[in-house]
Design a protein around this ligand. Structure first.
Ligand SMILES: [Fe+2]
Length: 378
């Protein structure tokens, strides 16, 4: 099927991106702020304490898990806690109860709590569900995304857990968005495992209310010989994404649909193999080939290390992946690519192979969510 370019001007859809960065200037996709500002210093790490009982859920977050389903994830310190979710459309009235799975991991002397993953559904679109985890602790609620336009996304990269992170999350919370997108670098635990727990507690008030869809950054790698030779041990255990639902064999790359299939979102992995003979490349080829642009007018991609970047920070780090995969995205007429890693905001015109091209994606770097490393300066 021939796809006209540029496409965005031909489509009647309404999509809003709330893109959050430090200092927190709220912008819509086409209106970046040009105001001068003095870059603030990096924030200090804040620890979020566990204040519930050992049987009660903590670090609750939800994610999309295939058509009409959500996955509820939480941690309990007590490994006797059940992996069940009760839910319904009225507070305190749970009409359905579903049992799921659980995992845990060790890392040096650290042993994680029991990490529960329960997939619930089928669910109605744009509906608020009230739920309880393990028949214990407080009631939570989330809203499912709409099945049609308009739809709103909150996009934040390189989040961390500082006072700036808190400020960013406060701004996110102030918007009635539908889906949260995070192109890598979540907790900045960097092998200090209790910081993963602290991060989970910090984001719970927001991540338990809207689906959080994430991909991995370099701070998720945590490779340690013998203990975690392949890395991503904590990330894979804690942030299970719908990779099986999208035909991927790895939690490090996957895809999902929103707005009733009108938008296809692909989460790629910058830190797993991406060459043309790699599993990720072959999966991406197959995933793109399945898209029918008559029913799916929008395709977005998120990855961590940007393919286009004029900042001196992390210059050229995404180049190998760009050379390997850019042609695939261009051929499929991907509309937008969001990246993190560089702690600054930057947006490019439509581009392909380093030349302005009306058929190429728009590239946006949004890696300044508030982490302890501070902002990229030039
Ligand atoms: Fe990064």
């Amino acid at each position: 099927m021939e796809i006209r370019c540029p496409r965005a001007f031909l489509l009647p859809s309404t999509i809003v991106f709330f893109v959050f960065f430090v200092p927190q200037i709220l912008v819509q996709f086409t209106h970046a702020s040009e105001e001068e500002f003095t870059r603030p210093p990096a924030g200090n790490i804040i620890l979020s304490k566990h204040e519930r009982s050992e049987m009660e859920p903590q670090q609750v977050h939800v994610s999309l898990a295939g058509s009409d389903h959500m996955r509820v994830t939480w941690v309990t310190e007590d490994h006797r806690a059940h992996s069940t979710v009760e839910y319904g459309t009225a507070p305190g009235q749970y009409t359905t109860r579903i049992r799921g799975e659980h995992t845990s991991y060790t890392f040096f002397s650290y042993t994680s709590g029991k990490i529960h993953h329960v997939k619930i559904g089928p669910l109605e679109p744009e509906t608020t569900y009230y739920y309880r985890c393990g028949a214990s602790g407080p009631e939570f609620s989330f809203k499912t995304p709409p099945s049609t336009f308009p739809i709103e996304f909150a996009v934040v990269g390189d989040l961390g857990q500082t006072d700036w992170t808190k400020s960013t999350l406060k701004h996110v919370e102030s918007k009635d968005y539908d889906v949260f997108l995070l192109p890598g670098d979540l907790s900045y635990a960097d092998s200090q495992q209790p910081l993963w727990d602290s991060f989970g507690r910090l984001v719970e008030p927001i991540a338990s209310r809207r689906p959080w869809m994430v991909t991995e950054g370099n701070h998720e790698i945590e490779i340690v010989p013998i203990i975690s030779p392949h890395g991503f041990k904590a990330y894979k255990a804690r942030w299970l994404m719908p990779y099986e639902e999208s035909g991927s064999e790895s939690n490090l790359y996957y895809s999902f649909d929103v707005a009733g299939g009108s938008i296809h979102i692909i989460m790629l992995g910058s830190y797993t193999e991406f060459d043309s003979d790699s599993d990720q490349y072959k999966w991406l080829q197959q995933d793109l080939a399945k898209i029918d642009r008559r029913t799916t007018p929008w395709v977005f991609v998120l990855l961590h290390a940007p393919w286009y970047n004029t900042n001196t920070a992390h210059q050229g780090e995404g180049e190998e992946m760009r050379k390997a995969m850019e042609e695939l995205l261009y051929g499929a007429r991907v509309d937008i690519v969001f990246a993190g890693h560089v702690h600054a905001y930057e947006r490019f015109t439509r581009i392909y192979d380093n030349e302005a091209d009306s058929c190429g994606p728009v590239y946006v770097t949004i890696g300044d969510g508030g982490n302890r490393e501070g902002l990229a300066m030039s």
